[in-house]
Ligand binder design. Structure first.
Ligand SMILES: *[C@@H]1O[C@H](CO)[C@@H](O)[C@H](O)[C@H]1NC(C)=O
Ligand SMILES: *[C@@H]1O[C@H](CO)[C@@H](O)[C@H](O)[C@H]1NC(C)=O
Length: 95
Protein backbone atom coordinates (compact mmCIF):
# COMPACT_ATOMS: atom_id res chain seq x y z
CA UNK A 1 0.00 0.00 0.00
CA UNK A 2 2.80 2.41 0.86
CA UNK A 3 4.60 1.49 -2.34
CA UNK A 4 1.54 2.28 -4.42
CA UNK A 5 1.02 5.64 -2.72
CA UNK A 6 4.66 6.52 -3.18
CA UNK A 7 4.55 5.61 -6.89
CA UNK A 8 1.51 7.83 -7.41
CA UNK A 9 3.37 10.75 -5.87
CA UNK A 10 6.30 10.18 -8.16
CA UNK A 11 4.29 9.83 -11.34
CA UNK A 12 1.81 12.56 -10.50
CA UNK A 13 -1.86 12.39 -11.31
CA UNK A 14 -3.47 14.38 -14.08
CA UNK A 15 -7.19 14.81 -13.68
CA UNK A 16 -9.89 16.14 -15.92
CA UNK A 17 -13.65 15.99 -15.76
CA UNK A 18 -16.01 14.89 -18.47
CA UNK A 19 -19.59 15.96 -17.93
CA UNK A 20 -21.79 13.12 -19.15
CA UNK A 21 -25.08 14.68 -17.98
CA UNK A 22 -25.15 17.93 -19.95
CA UNK A 23 -24.61 16.72 -23.48
CA UNK A 24 -25.18 18.48 -26.78
CA UNK A 25 -25.48 16.57 -30.02
CA UNK A 26 -23.88 17.78 -33.21
CA UNK A 27 -25.21 15.95 -36.23
CA UNK A 28 -23.96 16.04 -39.80
CA UNK A 29 -24.66 14.38 -43.12
CA UNK A 30 -24.57 10.57 -43.24
CA UNK A 31 -21.63 8.81 -44.83
CA UNK A 32 -19.30 11.83 -44.80
CA UNK A 33 -17.27 10.85 -41.70
CA UNK A 34 -18.68 13.95 -40.01
CA UNK A 35 -16.88 14.28 -36.69
CA UNK A 36 -13.55 12.94 -37.96
CA UNK A 37 -12.01 15.99 -36.30
CA UNK A 38 -13.44 18.67 -34.07
CA UNK A 39 -12.22 21.90 -32.55
CA UNK A 40 -14.08 24.02 -30.03
CA UNK A 41 -13.33 27.70 -29.61
CA UNK A 42 -15.02 30.89 -28.48
CA UNK A 43 -14.82 34.31 -30.06
CA UNK A 44 -14.57 37.72 -28.37
CA UNK A 45 -18.23 37.81 -27.30
CA UNK A 46 -17.72 34.35 -25.72
CA UNK A 47 -19.99 32.62 -28.22
CA UNK A 48 -18.78 29.01 -28.42
CA UNK A 49 -18.31 27.30 -31.78
CA UNK A 50 -17.24 23.86 -32.90
CA UNK A 51 -15.53 23.28 -36.21
CA UNK A 52 -16.20 19.76 -37.43
CA UNK A 53 -14.39 17.98 -40.22
CA UNK A 54 -16.23 15.65 -42.60
CA UNK A 55 -13.49 14.17 -44.75
CA UNK A 56 -15.84 12.57 -47.30
CA UNK A 57 -18.37 15.37 -47.64
CA UNK A 58 -19.11 16.57 -51.15
CA UNK A 59 -19.88 20.16 -51.98
CA UNK A 60 -18.53 20.77 -55.45
CA UNK A 61 -20.02 19.99 -58.83
CA UNK A 62 -16.51 19.20 -60.10
CA UNK A 63 -16.60 15.67 -61.56
CA UNK A 64 -12.84 15.31 -60.93
CA UNK A 65 -13.22 15.72 -57.18
CA UNK A 66 -15.49 13.02 -55.84
CA UNK A 67 -15.24 13.64 -52.12
CA UNK A 68 -13.31 16.83 -51.38
CA UNK A 69 -14.29 16.85 -47.70
CA UNK A 70 -15.77 19.80 -45.94
CA UNK A 71 -15.62 21.71 -42.69
CA UNK A 72 -18.78 22.61 -40.81
CA UNK A 73 -19.15 25.43 -38.31
CA UNK A 74 -21.57 24.75 -35.51
CA UNK A 75 -22.74 27.53 -33.22
CA UNK A 76 -23.22 26.06 -29.76
CA UNK A 77 -26.42 26.85 -27.97
CA UNK A 78 -26.65 24.84 -24.78
CA UNK A 79 -30.41 25.35 -24.50
CA UNK A 80 -30.84 23.22 -27.64
CA UNK A 81 -30.12 19.49 -27.58
CA UNK A 82 -29.15 19.46 -31.26
CA UNK A 83 -26.81 22.10 -32.65
CA UNK A 84 -27.10 23.94 -35.94
CA UNK A 85 -24.20 23.49 -38.33
CA UNK A 86 -23.50 24.99 -41.70
CA UNK A 87 -20.92 23.93 -44.29
CA UNK A 88 -18.06 26.36 -44.88
CA UNK A 89 -17.34 25.20 -48.47
CA UNK A 90 -13.77 26.42 -48.42
CA UNK A 91 -11.96 26.20 -51.77
CA UNK A 92 -8.33 27.09 -52.13
CA UNK A 93 -7.99 27.06 -55.92
CA UNK A 94 -10.21 30.09 -56.52
CA UNK A 95 -12.98 28.18 -58.36
C1 LIG B 1 -21.04 15.30 -55.63
O1 LIG B 1 -20.01 15.19 -56.57
C2 LIG B 1 -20.42 14.82 -57.87
C3 LIG B 1 -19.19 14.75 -58.74
O2 LIG B 1 -18.39 13.73 -58.34
C4 LIG B 1 -21.44 15.81 -58.42
O3 LIG B 1 -21.89 15.39 -59.68
C5 LIG B 1 -22.59 15.93 -57.45
O4 LIG B 1 -23.47 16.94 -57.91
C6 LIG B 1 -22.11 16.27 -56.08
N1 LIG B 1 -23.20 16.26 -55.14
C7 LIG B 1 -23.40 17.26 -54.30
C8 LIG B 1 -24.54 17.09 -53.37
O5 LIG B 1 -22.71 18.25 -54.23
C1 LIG C 1 -30.67 29.29 -28.27
O1 LIG C 1 -31.77 28.48 -28.54
C2 LIG C 1 -33.00 28.94 -28.00
C3 LIG C 1 -34.05 27.88 -28.26
O2 LIG C 1 -34.07 27.50 -29.61
C4 LIG C 1 -33.32 30.29 -28.62
O3 LIG C 1 -34.51 30.79 -28.07
C5 LIG C 1 -32.19 31.27 -28.35
O4 LIG C 1 -32.44 32.48 -29.00
C6 LIG C 1 -30.88 30.68 -28.82
N1 LIG C 1 -29.78 31.55 -28.42
C7 LIG C 1 -28.87 32.02 -29.29
C8 LIG C 1 -27.80 32.88 -28.70
O5 LIG C 1 -28.90 31.75 -30.47
Amino acid sequence: MYVVAFMMLLVGIDCFNIDTNNVVNILGPEGTHFGYSALMFSNEDSQKWVLVGAIRANFTNDENIKTPGNIFKCKLNFTQSIQDCEPMNIRTNGK
